[in-house]
Design a protein around this ligand. Structure first.
Ligand code: SF4
Length: 532
């Protein structure tokens, strides 16, 4: 039996490679596939493999699982001496068998043609020789999830194209040319399967989904027509967007599409050095147009540690990125992946990087280790505060007066992201009161209370922000005016002005409002502040 083994980075992930191989080979030779993740005990994974006594085991290697796979191959070989171990995937693309004591084959490039050839040889009983294989015809790819019971909690990956025409020197896809596409009728039939099953998240792994505009629009329109609740994640190249595709995206249902947009840097020297084709003016225009309608969830990526970008330069890129007020901003840290151009140029830019996966940059001529460490602390805060919409309005108020990168930098010296939510909120509040970033204490109090109650129960409020007996009476009186069952378990907040109006229009009125936090907050005016 040939066992295809996937070691994913999280339980919710699904691996399409092992499914392709399995469906292509199952009629040729007895095979099976198993999926695990790196958070499982290696002993448990090894036990599951060994009890099946496979004649062959094939494992895909990636930066997140390569150490796990190394230990696993040792265990498999020591327990099943005759089992042949086959490795593939990006982490072995430049390795030889000398690097892998317990492996018998290393497959480079795409695995589909190899496994079909391998299983054909096995079924005929021929001796097998590794060959140079052609890229696989995507039209012949089987649907990876055929006959599977779908799990609503999982993320389903799907590909409609392979390769990328661009040459970004830090990316392995830059060597995968030319770009190949699955036929559209096949794509439509297959994605209809996901929509019919009403899965939560369908993630296209196409490296640049919008490389062919007309084709991209056809797929977008198909998703608009048939997705009921499924969210579709697409990786978009912002320079290639134009009016037509933006219009198609901007007329979709709220949140149907989640767009991952790589900006990486706003510095021209940096973009040139990494051979990234970016029309910054066009990117700016296109992101703004997408943000105007707010139909798509927008995720923007930056990479720290690129050539010619120092700490201050990166902060400028970060400010520009945050000022789009997209749904998520992700600070990635450059990884010097095997087989990439930037790794070959490491000496040119004075790179120091980890010799083990994920090969993250430690320093270069432009940015020090201490500065990268500072950016890591900032990244954790951006994720916890900005991306998770904690302090949503407070941050917007601050960012009108103070650059986001300076705010996150100074906060990163004061607040520990690892704390539990209550202590974290308390530290944040103390920082904001002492830093005087918001001069008017009334505004700070109201904004902070609003943001906390939008997400957390009342007892998460810092002591200073708890209600006085008089405020509690106002809330109690308000509750009495409502129908008994109107709010089952409402979270109510009393405020001295209209919070959204302050942020969006800059108007500070003198009314008192009760907000009900039940999904989207809605407000009731309760009295003049002067009379309260
Ligand atoms: S980073 Fe994106 S655009 Fe650049 S080569 Fe990789 S996949 Fe292509």
């Amino acid at each position: 039996m040939l066992l295809f083994l996937a070691i994913n980075s999280k339980y919710i992930h699904t691996n399409i490679a092992v499914r392709y191989f399995y469906h292509l080979c199952k009629e040729l030779y007895p095979c099976e596939f198993l999926e695990f993740n790196i958070n499982q005990g290696i002993e448990d994974v090894l036990f599951e493999v060994v009890k099946r006594k496979p004649r062959y085991v094939a494992i895909s290697t990636y930066i997140w699982n390569v150490q796990f796979v190394r230990m696993l191959t040792e265990g498999i070989k020591k327990l099943l001496k005759d089992t042949v171990i086959i490795l593939g995937g990006p982490e072995v693309c430049s390795d030889t068998l000398e690097d892998w004591e317990y492996a018998d084959f290393i497959v480079r490039g795409e695995g589909e043609s190899f496994f079909v050839d391998f299983c054909n040889s096995l079924s005929r009983g021929d001796e097998f020789f590794l060959k140079d294989y052609q890229q696989f015809d995507l039209e012949q790819l089987p649907f990876p999830y055929r006959d599977e019971k779908m799990d609503q909690n999982k993320v389903y990956y799907y590909e409609t194209s392979r390769g990328c025409p661009f040459r970004c020197s830090y990316c392995l896809s830059s060597v995968d040319k030319p770009v190949r596409f699955s036929p559209l009728d096949k794509v439509f039939e297959e994605i209809r399967f996901f929509f019919d099953k009403d899965i939560k998240l369908l993630k296209f792994v196409d490296r640049t989904f919008n490389i062919k505009k007309e084709r991209a629009i056809e797929i977008i329109e198909f998703c608009k027509r048939y997705s009921k609740n499924t969210q579709v994640h697409l990786e978009i190249e912002p320079s290639l967007l134009d009016e037509d595709i933006i219009k198609s995206l901007n007329t979709s249902r709220d949140g149907l599409f989640r767009l991952e947009i790589g900006i990486q840097s706003f510095k021209r020297d940096t973009l040139k050095a990494i051979e990234r084709v970016s029309d910054l003016e066009r990117i700016d225009r296109n992101i703004k147009k997408l943000m105007e309608e707010k139909k798509c969830l927008i995720h923007l990526d930056l990479i720290a540690g690129l050539p010619y970008e120092n700490f201050e330069g990166f902060k400028e890129s970060l400010d520009k990125t945050i000022f789009y007020f997209a749904d998520e901003v992700q600070l990635g840290f450059l990884k010097m992946l095997k087989g990439t151009g930037i790794r070959d140029e490491a000496d040119l830019y004075g790179y120091e990087y980890q010799s083990f996966p994920p090969y993250e940059v430690i320093s270069n001529r432009f940015i020090s280790y201490e500065e990268l460490y500072r950016l890591k602390r900032m990244e954790a805060l951006i994720d916890r505060l900005y991306n998770r919409k904690n302090l949503f309005w407070t941050l917007r108020y601050i960012f009108k007066r103070y650059p986001p990168s300076n705010f996150f930098e100074s906060l990163s010296y004061q607040v520990d992201c690892g704390k539990n939510p209550k202590d974290f909120l308390n530290d944040l509040y103390n920082y904001l009161t002492s830093s005087r970033l918001i001069e008017d204490y009334d505004i700070l109090k109201n904004l902070f209370r609003f943001d906390v109650l939008s997400i957390y129960p009342e007892d998460y409020l810092p002591l200073d922000l708890r209600y006085s007996p008089r405020d509690k009476d106002i809330i109690k009186a308000f509750k009495k005016t409502q129908l008994k069952d109107f709010y089952r378990n409402p979270r109510l907040g009393l405020f001295d002005f209209d919070i959204e109006r302050l942020i969006t229009e800059g108007i500070l009125d003198k009314e008192r409002y009760i907000y009900v936090f039940d999904g989207k907050p809605f407000k009731f005016q309760v009295s003049r502040r002067d009379n309260s």
